[in-house]
Design a protein around this ligand. Structure first.
Ligand SMILES: C[S@@+](CC[C@H](N)C(=O)[O-])C[C@H]1O[C@@H](n2cnc3c(N)ncnc32)[C@H](O)[C@@H]1O
Length: 318
């Protein structure tokens, strides 16, 4: 059934020039490039949503060699200074290399301080995970901890971004591709610290299962940090929309265009726009998110604007 649906949407994506090319190759290529010129963008978004919200589908779209279906994944080890990923793996963070690096560094320091405040010492043998790490923007700033023997992991469903991190940042870090199914391949209590910056803002399904899964993997003295868009973000987002107009983040434009207020969030609990992990945005009411998180965690602290305009929830597993 899914197969038939995918094929019919995919036929709408193809234009007449590329009808004869290999479909599996084109799927990856079009969706990754998010090209609006070559494809029917709405159909591409529809297809991406269908694929990515299918529980059994794992990390997607490794780079492929154009002429055949082989993955373009070769073995390389990082040399010396940590390299910066290509801009396509920045996930819209930073306008240039300097601001990309600066933003990640500042956020790493905020997460580090919050974790320390709640008892994480980053000693040799401790373990941490950047969940939804994309190109390692934040994790790369835990190099000192990694060199002291803290096991530092990152994961994402963006297989191409993880492919880059595995080639360029591993060691000192460790990376893997996870799937859209709410499961992490670690035993109970494995981690001392997990942060998920702007991950829950990019899913609409199974948020509670992900909360339970994250809690399962953090030990009882450990800390989780989750950042989301909630009431605490509205003022900053509204100002961004006023100042930057069409260049403002999509969330800011959405709030302005739909006049999303504190009351709207409180009445609805959560609101989702668009589809797929890269286009989708979920906004929460704080009460709603705390109620959801409380099935798995005690909420130690909620901090406005922890991650730029996103509120940070500092959590301990129950
Ligand atoms: C806005 S970016 C944030 C990236 C990173 N946390 C940072 O602060 O630079 C959201 C990330 O969540 C990832 N993502 C979305 N759905 C996911 C899922 N089900 N599992 C893991 N990562 C996911 C996206 O691929 C993307 O890298």
């Amino acid at each position: 059934m899914l197969d038939i649906k995918i094929k019919s949407i995919f036929n709408r994506i193809l234009n007449k020039n590329n009808r004869n090319q290999d479909k599996n190759l084109l799927i990856g290529k079009f969706i990754r490039n998010r090209s609006t010129r070559e494809v029917n963008k709405n159909a591409a978004i529809e297809l991406e949503a269908l694929l990515l919200h299918t529980d059994c589908i794992a990390g997607l779209y490794y780079p492929t060699v154009d002429e055949n279906q082989d993955y373009l994944v070769c073995d390389e080890s990082p040399k010396g200074k940590l390299p910066v990923p290509p801009q396509k793996f920045w996930h819209w963070y930073g306008l240039n290399e300097e601001s990309y690096l600066k933003g990640g560094k500042a956020l790493a320091q905020i997460y580090r301080e919050s974790a320390k405040k709640h008892g994480i010492s980053f000693q040799h043998g401790q373990k941490m995970l950047d969940f939804g790490c994309s190109g390692g923007r934040v994790l790369r700033w835990f190099e000192e901890e990694a060199s002291k023997g803290v096991e530092c992991w990152g994961c994402d469903i963006d297989a191409a971004a993880i492919d880059w991190t595995q080639k360029n940042l591993m060691p000192p870090f460790k990376f893997f591709v996870n799937s859209t199914a709410p499961h992490l391949p670690f035993r109970d209590d494995y981690f001392d610290f997990i942060y998920a910056g702007s991950f829950f803002t990019h899913i609409k399904d199974m948020a509670t299962m992900w909360l339970l899964e994250l809690a399962r993997c953090i030990n009882k003295d450990g800390v989780g940090i989750i950042t989301i868009v909630d009431e605490g973000s509205l003022e900053k987002l509204r100002n961004l929309s006023k100042k930057q107009g069409d260049n403002a983040p999509r969330g800011a434009q959405f709030i302005a265009e739909n006049n999303i207020t504190r009351e709207t969030l409180q009445n609805q609990g959560f609101i989702t726009r668009d589809s797929s992990p890269w286009w989708l945005g979920t906004l929460y009411s704080r009460d709603f998110f705390i109620r959801r998180a409380s099935v798995a965690f005690d909420v130690l602290e909620v901090r406005d604007n922890m991650n730029v305009y996103q509120s940070g929830y500092v959590l301990r597993p129950k």
